[in-house]
Write a protein that binds this ligand. Sequence first.
Ligand code: CP3
Length: 320
Amino acid sequence: MRQAGRYMAEYREVRARMSFLELCHDSQTAAEVTVTAARKLGVDAAIIFADILLVLEPLEVGVEFTKGDGPRIREPLRSAERIATLPDYDTADRLAFVYEAIRITRRELPEIPLIGFAGAPFTLASYLIEGGGSRNYVETKRFMYEHEEAWHQLLGLLARLVNSYLGHQVAAGAQALQLFDSWVGCLSPRDYRRYVLPHSAAALAGLSQQVPVIHFGTNTNGLFPLIREAGGDVIGVDWRIDLDQAWDIIGEDSAVQGNLDPVTLFAPRDQLADAARQVLRHAAGRPGHVFNLGHGILPHTPVDHVRYLVDLVHEESSRR
Ligand code: CP3
């Protein structure tokens, strides 16, 4: 959940030399950032340094990362006609810099597994249509309701790109995958089933046979059974529900990941420890719990608290 980021001095140093997109495209430096963050935190797995929006760059919609406001699409998609003009590009070629970063990271960090990732079709489409982050996803949903055929065409294209991108990440050495459907929690179960589920399933097709797959979203308490139906070996849980309750809904025969509120990292250590212990109590030592934050680490998070949390979880869980 964002191991490398602006909260870390080593990362800020690298970013002082190059822009975020330059860093993502520079395989050697992206690998170094991945390795530095994982070693500094002492975590049990690393996640490759990249971004979910990289898959949108070859679509020529003007992907940008602006200081402070996060990602922006210069020419958002607002018409059904434009969908047909999007190029169905070759992910082997256009995203090769990510696979190279994975190969370098595997060589330089052999002691822990490496997680590859991609954005899910819905979350990617929401950036394409809104042009950036959004509060209510009105444009995305309006498009979905008004142009159902074009919507399915768009999500079908994104699912094909993501599926092939993730497959290449595994071929390059990713030992697990995470699909980020960060904003899908804005949908009703009805809309998720009709507009999203088949495309998330297509994005994940064939991958669980190769490596474990984590399927992550936020605000998804009402969507767990459908997200599980779409695919994944591990279901991501945010902090808006107790982990034991979420696991009951998801099913004991699935693994779960979560679910500490990332903002507890700003709390005094004793409170942070209490909150982490509660997550572990809810997991109750059952197999198939991946301890993690419920969402990404925020800027200004105290790094020493992240280290403290990792040590605490190691001490209090089965890996002693
Ligand atoms: O090293 C790692 O841990 C990998 C990190 C990672 C990034 N993006 C790097 C990043 C991961 C896993 C992502 C995925 C991603 N990107 C998601 C899904 C995860 C989630 O949080 O839900 C999403 C929604 C995005 C889109 C995105 N990229 C946003 C919303 C932002 C702005 C975040 C912010 O705090 O401003 C980004 C930029 C981004 N991606 C940064 C990093 C380290 C900060 C960029 C900078 O250096 O200024």
